[in-house]
Design a protein around this ligand. Structure first.
Ligand SMILES: *[C@@H]1O[C@H](CO)[C@@H](O)[C@H](O)[C@H]1NC(C)=O
Ligand SMILES: *[C@@H]1O[C@H](CO)[C@@H](O)[C@H](O)[C@H]1NC(C)=O
Ligand SMILES: *[C@@H]1O[C@H](CO)[C@@H](O)[C@H](O)[C@H]1NC(C)=O
Length: 379
């Protein structure tokens, strides 16, 4: 239920980054007409042993793919293996252009992406991921990510090819490659309906933990988003237990000035605070109560709402935790939001937090809430 917003943001972000790839340029109609007279020439040229002719054909075919009809026909007429074969070229320019052409097919439709996988393009992308040329490496792994993003049912078969070993085996020197690699690791966690196999999660978690310390925002954002998805209620069977250093880091990230990182960090903490685990104790020990008042007074309603959801979960843990929160006098801030009529969602979350607070509170605490004017706030 909680933190839909963060997930939507994450999906929007990923969708946006790949819509850029698909940006349609102005079409040159004369060019298409001339090609329509000779529809098979470009397919023939793709198989040429002359690299000049082959390269020109790969570039041409990318322009042709901007016509959806041509692209679909290309796949239907079983020309895909010809294009995939171009990935075997030793020439890096040919490799790169062939990857670009295949990425157009990958993002075009679920039907076409299935064909790309069926024709065994993925092992080629994995091989090229290890290219010493960073653009080729980055574009190859990006394309694998886009395949899984287009149809998450393909994830299992791609993992069976040993993708994870390739992703986390060796240290990555190029930032461009690291950025795309972490994006793919995040994409692996996206499908909530089919949680990742436990062994995959167990190998990913320590990698993401290290990435939380990275100096680049995008990397930290991907890692925090991945943790939010992996700890979400729909994914609760993973039962991830963070060590104290990670909890400390995540609480620090709640102060991050990037709203997306802040909201995802609140999301992870919210997800791990529950009766079943020891992490609620760590979350309290490492100072969550110190950051909460600031969050409850945040100018962004989304942040306030997220903070209230976190409090709802914290109150739900035990008598002793509830007492600690009362001692910090966070209650007046919740009541303040309860009486707000400007934002229904914030008000509703405040009501949830109060309901949760009454669950483990003693008579003294209830009368404190009444003194704080809770009754007027409700009506
Ligand atoms: C690849 O082939 C093209 C076309 O023949 C040529 O212009 C280019 O220099 C080659 N690139 C590399 C890196 O060998
Ligand atoms: C990678 O290969 C492409 C195509 O040949 C070339 O333009 C680019 O400069 C190469 N990049 C690196 C980092 O070697
Ligand atoms: C990392 O990759 C994403 C998506 O591919 C891109 O939007 C972003 O600009 C990259 N980050 C950096 C710092 O290059």
């Amino acid at each position: 239920m909680a933190f839909k917003f963060g997930q939507i943001l994450c999906l929007l972000f990923l969708a946006k980054t790949f819509a850029t790839d698909a940006e349609i340029e102005t079409l040159d109609f004369d060019f298409f007409e001339s090609l329509q007279n000779e529809p098979d020439k470009v397919v023939k040229d793709l198989q040429s042993s002359d690299p000049d002719i082959q390269l020109k054909a790969i570039v041409e075919v990318q322009t042709l793919f901007k016509q959806k009809e041509y692209l679909d026909e290309f796949v239907e007429n079983e020309h895909l293996p010809i294009l995939i074969k171009c990935l075997n070229s030793e020439n890096t320019t040919i490799q790169l252009e062939a990857i670009k052409a295949l990425s157009e097919i990958v993002i075009s439709s679920v039907r076409n992406v299935k064909e790309v996988v069926r024709e065994k393009a993925v092992p080629h992308f994995i091989r090229l991921y290890h290219s010493s040329n960073s653009s080729i490496s980055a574009q190859s792994i990006r394309t694998i990510g886009n395949i899984i993003l287009k149809d998450s049912r393909l994830r299992a078969s791609i993992l069976k090819l040993g993708l994870l070993d390739h992703l986390i085996e060796e240290p990555i020197e190029s930032f461009e490659v690291l950025n795309e690699t972490v994006r793919v690791m995040l994409i692996l966690t996206l499908d909530k309906d089919h949680p990742l196999p436990q062994d995959v999660v167990e190998r990913l978690v320590p990698v993401f933990e290290v990435l939380l310390l990275h100096s680049n925002f995008d990397i930290v954002k991907y890692a925090t988003w991945a943790f939010q998805l992996l700890t979400a209620a729909d994914n609760s069977r993973h039962n991830i237990f963070f060590d104290k250093d990670t909890i400390k880091l995540l609480i620090n990230l709640i102060n991050h000035r990037e709203p997306e990182i802040q909201s995802a960090a609140i999301g992870v903490i919210t997800n791990v605070v529950n009766k079943k685990n020891e992490q609620s104790k760590m979350v309290m020990d490492y100072g969550i109560l110190k950051v909460l008042p600031k969050l409850l007074m945040h100018e962004n309603d989304e942040t306030v709402k997220n903070a209230l959801t976190l409090l709802t979960n914290l109150f739900d843990v035990s008598y002793s935790k509830t007492t600690l929160i009362f001692d910090k006098e966070i209650i007046p801030l919740i009541i303040l939001h309860l009486s707000r009529v400007t934002n229904d969602e914030v008000q509703e979350e405040a009501a949830n937090a109060i309901t949760s607070a009454t669950k483990f509170s003693n008579p003294e605490q209830i009368s404190y809430m009444i003194d704080m004017n809770i009754i007027n706030a409700i009506y």
